[in-house]
Design a protein. Structure first.
Length: 188
């Protein structure tokens, strides 16, 4: 199943009676064998976990994300979006965005793992503003890390100028909040 050999799967199904486990679904999904996955869904639906399959597909940049995505309730798709961003899998992000999701965590995961391509994907779609909703420590780290990644990869200043301005403001605001909290703790 993980190698997409559907003829062998058919033969085993009709000549043996052991059944299968959920591993075959994730194996077929991880290796982008949609026809094998669909066959297993048809014959062994009781072992099928669409959320887990979608997560595996997103982490590995598989096209099966397009097939699995409509089967999943919206709240469960955010974890998949975050996993794809953390792994830098733009092919997996494309069918998931746009959507009614909170992009801030996915943006942070892409930045902290150094996936500039995923960051560019979000920025090109206007999602960089969501970083304002993150906590102070994350904002400061994200600002420093993204500035380094963008300067290291020589992205065009036209693309990142608005983002860098936001990041500098976030970094300054985070630094101010940290100093203010530290002073309050020191005087208490």
């Amino acid at each position: 199943a993980t190698r997409g050999r559907l003829s062998i799967v058919h033969w085993l199904h009709y000549t043996r009676n052991e059944g299968c486990s959920a591993i075959v679904f994730t194996g077929a999904t991880t290796n982008d064998h949609l026809d094998t996955l669909q066959w297993f869904i048809l014959h062994y639906r009781e072992h099928y976990r669409p959320e887990h399959c979608l997560l595996c597909a997103a982490e590995n940049g598989c096209i099966t994300v397009r097939y699995l995505h409509p089967q999943i309730p919206l709240p469960n798709v955010e974890a998949t979006l975050e996993a794809a961003a953390a792994m830098g899998q733009i092919r997996s992000l494309e069918p998931l965005v746009p959507g009614p999701y909170n992009i801030s965590r996915a943006f942070i995961f892409a930045a902290t793992n150094g996936h500039v391509g995923a960051l560019r994907f979000f920025i090109d779609r206007g999602y960089y503003g969501y970083i304002v909703n993150t906590n102070v420590r994350s904002q400061s780290f994200l600002a420093a890390h993204v500035q380094h990644q963008f300067s290291y990869n020589c992205m065009s200043s036209v693309t990142i100028a608005p983002l860098l301005i936001d990041l500098v403001l976030l970094q300054n605001r985070a630094h101010y909040r940290y100093q203010r909290c530290y002073r309050l703790e020191a005087t208490a």
